[in-house]
Design a protein around this ligand. Structure first.
Ligand SMILES: [Zn+2]
Length: 312
């Protein structure tokens, strides 16, 4: 019988699930809104319903052996528990593995979503074949996952790999984590919008002036057309990202750094600034070795990574 696992990606907006086989083929997938609830049991119920739908859909293709969930939280993998979940606060301290195992009667596991994405890209995506890789996700925040010698680096409290909170400006913008000047405040999709508004007064001719509901994609479009404000935003975004990457290159000596998330779409406007900072700040050999590549799996990195962890 073909072995199949269920992989779930619990985001702040969407809850996605897929049935996946040993080769990483997605056999069936579902997507729902994440319940806007302050109760963990409602989130579990939505996961269980989708798991039921996926199981039914692949009933004749193989045997569903386990479920793995990628969650937007600091996770204790051994205890099967979410420690701190800033975007879905009702899951703080929730023992999700026990809840899923009792509802579904299969083995369950959880992993931090950025770590899962790093594993997904390492299994089937941009860092395939490398044993030492770093994944950075530039979304609302900056997520990070580190794989060293083929293993996810979790640290004793499960918080390792929080690349977004590397300080790049000691007296810089305050961050949600309680510190200030974190790279998340300069290089995330939200930061691109923040920096654009901040510098707007200096660029009165910019097409981005007074644009309602500005997004990082608008800033990219303007930059492609040569808008000076947009180009300066991406220069700063790449400059700060590059400083954090140079630190990681010196600390961890990775073979490859994968950059994904919504703001990675601005790649051609920021990547040479990242490279310049790595070149000027990191040790020569590791700086030359670390390849910068764009993520290729998009939204599927998390579920594929969760599936891989479930098979392992
Ligand atoms: Zn921070």
């Amino acid at each position: 019988m073909n072995k199949i696992v269920l992989a779930c990606d619990l985001g702040g907006t969407n809850l996605r699930m897929a049935a996946i086989d040993r080769e990483g083929n997605i056999l069936y997938r579902t997507k729902r809104d994440t319940p806007k609830s302050d109760r963990a049991d409602e989130i579990v119920r939505t996961i269980v319903e989708q798991a039921g739908e996926c199981r039914e859909a692949v009933r004749t293709s193989g045997c569903v052996e386990a479920i793995a969930a990628a969650v937007p939280a600091t996770v204790s993998v051994e205890r099967g528990m979410l420690l701190k979940s800033p975007n879905v606060p009702c899951l703080d301290g929730f023992r999700m593995v026990a809840a899923l195992e009792s509802e579904l009667s299969i083995k369950a596991m959880i992993e931090n979503d950025a770590n899962a994405a790093a594993v997904g890209e390492n299994w089937l995506g941009a860092s395939k074949g490398f044993r030492n890789s770093i994944m950075v996700t530039l979304g609302t925040g900056v997520g990070g996952g580190i794989i060293l010698n083929g293993e996810v680096l979790r640290g004793v409290d499960g918080t390792a790999g929080e690349i977004g909170h590397i300080c790049v400006e000691p007296f810089g913008a305050p961050c949600g984590c309680g510190s200030r000047g974190c790279v998340e405040q300069y290089s995330s999709a939200s930061a691109i919008v923040r920096l654009t508004h901040l510098m707007e007064p200096q660029y009165p001719k910019s097409v981005l002036q007074n644009k309602p509901r500005l997004s990082s994609a608008d800033v990219y479009d303007a930059g492609k057309n040569g808008d000076e404000l947009a180009l300066e935003v991406f220069r700063q975004m790449g400059f700060y990202l590059g400083i954090s990457m140079a630190d990681l290159v010196n600390t961890l000596n990775p073979e490859v750094i994968v950059i994904g998330g919504g703001a990675a779409a601005g790649w051609d406007l920021f990547i040479h600034h990242v490279e310049e900072q790595i070149r000027s700040r990191a040790f020569r050999e590791p700086g030359l070795r670390a390849k910068l590549v764009r993520a290729v799996l998009g939204d599927d990195a998390g579920i594929l990574g969760a599936a891989r962890l479930a098979f392992d």
